[in-house]
Design a protein around this ligand. Structure first.
Ligand code: ATP
Ligand code: MG
Ligand code: MG
Length: 548
């Protein structure tokens, strides 16, 4: 479907395949089910699935469910839905918790080999002994426990004899290592917590650094792709696989995670926005989650193209969010019908148009894609135009409607503003205009020219609709000041407008996408739309200053 991607990870895999080091490529996408997937995860999903795909390999979806307190089946389900929606199908669905018994056996092996011990130190004591970047760590007083004592204590940890935090199992590696990760890392902790899959079977849970390499090895993963923060963990990854005597030898490769301007991407923070009611759920269109992007109107193609085009590198970088918007515009440009919507209506009466008459005009559906055909739109004596398209006292070079000025109505006629009607407060509530039948669109009228073209909707057939416009949730301040990100919420991130669309859009279905002339691309909201009353999310405005 897509041309092969080109990046350093793909190059490593290609090289391994060519040299015969790798027989069949196997990758995995390993989310922790503690939140919904976001656009950063999409980068990792695309990379894992597309690289394996190119070499006819396989990709597992594996839930890294080793931290029961934060995990939930709601997340397990949403993650599967999102990966599928992005267009990928996994070879096998796995859970790290499927391997708890095997992890435990491997931990016993380490103990028997004298490579793991039970430590009774408090978290504070452990932190104190761990040392710093410039200072080596020191051995724990429990480090030299006998194998028998360690086996006994670890068995009793599993049996539930000790409270949370009382003891941990640690790898015995090197407290003097310059790499802090290698200073006797914790392998197991006690947590009397209910697990969404294993229930109360376990009260000790493996740490990520232990569970992850073993899971990869159990599944025969060849290339374990993760983000740069795990670079320091790679020696531990290799140590665990070797010392646990795993049959297969996956290798870890790191790439730089995706960061987007104006975008909070940590699941912890996103969950806070949901829990505090700042947004109305994980799929609130202002969120950077896959489910929110879907609801807002992004297509899987646009997200996949974005992920390919931003590239994969071993460096920290921030991508301009406008780049994501660029790819949805590109995707919808030729696909979305171009129709008219008035988001802030102002009534126009055409005084010389016969009362009660309606005529149907032909309008092309997409002037850049003839295949999309045409539609009929009504025109009559009463219409709505955009409030912004009229000014009583315009500045120079204002080409839209003002008293005495003539403009073109898209797909229809020239109209001229003759009179303004105001309410008691002095607000303009109606314009009285005349039209010129000679100027009908499509008849080749060349008698005179006008500079402005306005969009409009005929009043008696108009479908009332809601439009939702979005701005970044977090203001820029968040990065610069000492304010917490919750104190930097943009109060104007959601704007709800009431207006009208063409009658043909009455039956628009959830997810249907349109370009509204001069406003941008919109998608029908799947949750808020009621029969006869569509709610449109603005996916993106029409113009951007961004060029990739
Ligand atoms: P967060 O910090 O947002 O909670 P995480 O890394 O803890 O993310 P996981 O569920 O563990 O979330 O992530 C699953 C996979 O997605 C991991 O391999 C991780 O490296 C990758 N991933 C997460 N965030 C990004 C990102 N911003 N860019 C690229 N890959 C990412
Ligand atoms: Mg993680
Ligand atoms: Mg995390």
């Amino acid at each position: 479907k897509n041309p092969p991607i080109s990046n350093f990870i793909r190059a490593i895999v290609a090289d391994d395949v060519e040299s015969g080091r790798t027989q069949q490529v196997a990758t995995r996408f390993p989310p922790e089910p503690n939140g919904y997937l976001h656009i950063g995860h999409a980068k990792s999903i695309c990379l894992n699935f597309e690289v394996a795909d190119e070499f006819k390999g396989r990709t597992n979806l594996r839930f890294d469910d080793t931290n029961p307190v934060k995990e939930d089946t709601e997340y397990v389900e949403s993650i599967q839905e999102d990966v599928r929606w992005l267009g990928f199908e996994w070879e096998e669905l796995r859970f790290a918790s499927d391997y708890f018994e095997e992890f435990y056996e491997r931990a016993l092996l380490l103990i028997r080999k004298g490579l793991a011990y039970v430590d009774d130190s408090t978290p504070e004591e452990m932190r104190e002994l761990r040392g710093t970047l410039t200072q080596p760590g020191r051995n724990s007083p429990y480090r030299d426990r006998s194998v028998e004592e360690n086996l006994d204590l670890f068995g009793r940890m599993r049996a539930g004899e000790f409270p949370n935090g009382a003891r941990v199992l640690r790898a015995k590696i090197d407290m003097g290592s310059p790499n802090i990760t290698m200073r006797d890392p914790v392998l197991y902790r006690i947590s009397h917590a209910h697990h969404h899959r294993t229930g109360d079977a376990w009260c000790i849970y493996p740490m990520y650094d232990f569970a992850h390499p073993l899971s990869d090895a159990i599944e025969g993963i060849t290339h374990s792709i993760c983000t740069l923060e795990f670079e320091d963990h790679r020696p531990l990854y290799d140590w665990a696989i070797e010392q646990c005597e795993m049959d297969s030898r996956p290798r870890q490769y790191e790439f730089g995670r995706l960061n987007l301007t104006n975008t909070v991407m940590s699941k912890r923070k996103l969950k806070q926005l949901v829990d505090e009611g700042v947004v109305d759920g994980w799929d609130d269109p202002r969120m950077p989650t896959i489910s929110a992007l879907r609801r807002k109107g992004f297509t899987p193609e646009s997200i996949r193209t974005f992920c390919r085009e931003i590239g994969v590198a071993r460096a920290y970088s921030i991508v301009d969010e406008q780049m994501l918007e660029h790819f949805i515009r590109e995707d919808l440009k030729l696909k979305a019908p171009r129709t008219m919507a008035v988001v802030r209506p102002l009534k126009v009466v055409i005084t010389n148009y016969p009362e009660g008459q309606v005529e149907w005009l032909e309008a092309e559906n997409n002037n850049e894609n003839e295949e999309m055909g045409t539609r009929q739109i009504p025109f009559s004596r009463e219409l709505y135009i955009e409030q912004d398209d009229f000014m009583e006292n315009p500045p120079a070079k204002y080409f839209r409607l003002f008293p005495g000025n003539e403009v073109r109505l898209k797909h229809a006629y020239f109209i001229k503003c003759e009179e303004i009607v105001k309410d008691e407060a002095g607000e303009v509530v109606e314009l009285r205009c005349t039209y010129d039948p000679e100027t009908k669109s499509g008849t080749g009228f060349t008698g005179r020219k006008v500079k402005g073209t306005l969009h409009w909707v005929e009043a008696s057939h108009a479908v009332s609709a809601e439009f939702r416009h979005f701005e970044p949730l977090i203001t820029n301040e968040a990065e610069e000041s000492d304010k917490t990100f919750l104190e930097c919420i943009n109060p104007d991130s959601l704007q709800v407008l009431e207006g009208f669309v063409e009658p043909g859009m009455k039956g628009a279905a959830a997810g249907d996408k349109f370009q509204f002339f001069r406003h941008g691309y919109y998608s029908v909201d799947p949750k808020l739309t009621a029969p006869e009353r569509p709610v449109f999310n603005r996916v993106v405005s029409l113009k951007s200053s961004f060029h990739p």
